[in-house]
Write a protein of this length. Sequence first.
Length: 560
Amino acid sequence: MPTHSRSTEAPEDQPRSRLRLTDFTVTIPDSKARPSTSEAQPSRWGSKEFMFYGFALVLVLPVMIYWPTRLSTPLHPNWGDYSHRLSPGWLFARPVDNSDAQYRSFRNGLPGLLALGSVYLLASTVHSRISPSAKSRSDFLLISSILTLIALHGLSAWKVIAILYANYRLVKSSLPPLAGRFWPGLLIAANMGILLLNEMYNGYDLGRLHPLLETPSALRGVLPVWHAHFNITMLRIVSFGLDYHWRERASQAEQVPTDHRSRTTRSLSEDQYSLSNCIAYCLYPPLYIAGPIITFNDFIWQVNAPLKITVRERALYAFRFVCSFLTMEAVLHTMYVVAIKDTKAWAGDSPADLSMIGFWNLVIVWLKLLLPWRFFRLWALLDGVDPPENMIRCVANNYSTLGFWRSWHRSYNLWVVRYIYIPVGGSKNAALATLLVFTFVALWHDLSFKLLAWGWLVSLLILPELAARKLLPYSKYGHEPWYRHVAAVGGVVNMLFMMSANLVGFVLGLDGVKHLVVQLTSTVTGWIFFTFSCFCLFIGVQLMFEYREEERRRGIDRRC
């Protein structure tokens, strides 16, 4: 299935040397040159074809919004099956569906996070004005990181520090040179083992050994389950270890790198790979809980040579966060699809009803991840650190499986490509590398069969697009009038695959998706709705094609 993307170049943040690289994903990079923005096609917005597409969009979108709201009223027969999961709301005089545990923890904890962030930023600002040197800044980050860790996890903070110190000593030992090219895999495997042990022993709860070792409630911290947040820290530990392992002799005369890509790949001087910098990086307060993920090299370069982030840039990003938060609140107050999904309150619902329940659950998954990532990135921006943006495309603006993973949890994507995909062979061994990567991604998120099935399924679903790009490359057939429409059909297939895989992994599970497929394929009504949906997706893909052409005409190249 060809896609209309002309992108065959690796992501701009991906180094071209032997070193390279958001809850979910990885991009499979290509290697050919991307066309310049001057090669963008003339605008089609005013053509009859796209006027028809726009008219169809205006008709269909309100229906897609109406459908789940109709299922979310006391008049619906299934109301009694899920209404107990709703909470008092503050919008539209309606209850709110705050039943998703992951988002609920962020939503309910937002006032506390705002207070913690305000205290930290005040201290950081005062300290930087009193003592603006890079060395002083590093000392402040070390102290504030440890204090924040203690506030969050109480006495369990020592467990995190112990794991960091053990990794630091291991990285600095004689073992990495002896292991040679196997060291990246060994380091990652060892830290994955730590994640497994954390779960098996419930964060090493000493109270299980003897009641006297039970940690008092007052000393457990705000987030006592420390190991639930250690996955992100594990990625930073590996980043420090491999950036040190892959370091090259840094010349004192070298110019300070100015962009993300060069900051990631440019090695630091030997003394910068210190224990204090390692701890400050791994526990950096604005990014500690949920990311985004920034590499060790990039972080330390920014500490030593702070970026110039304007007040306007920070204010606009804060405005985007507020708008995203209000959008999520509006959805949760009008569409109770999470509660419906969790209670399986879909008895008697039509194939269209089931499809909209699945679709809007995916939208909520996107928003519930977008909001924490944007909040913590905003916190970092206000502190003068610029980590990668995790979500660079709306969830409903993706037609390519490769492009989707490139734009979803982008910082994690960059990490996986740099530290796993390239070391195991990259595009020279794409099939095996992809399978290995998605196995890691699934197990890193959750040590469960459901996520492992999701990882394997996604890796398999990428292969048809890779094959289609080989058989019908844009460079050879892109000028043909039929190519855009054939590519759009491929985009529809990709979207169906992507929605199915993510419904399995993060929404309905295997049983729920099986029920949906049976409803869609066992009745005439289901087949009619499925056909109509594919036609609507085809229109959506055409609009996405033109949207990306418009970006090129404006000199924007998101590479996804």
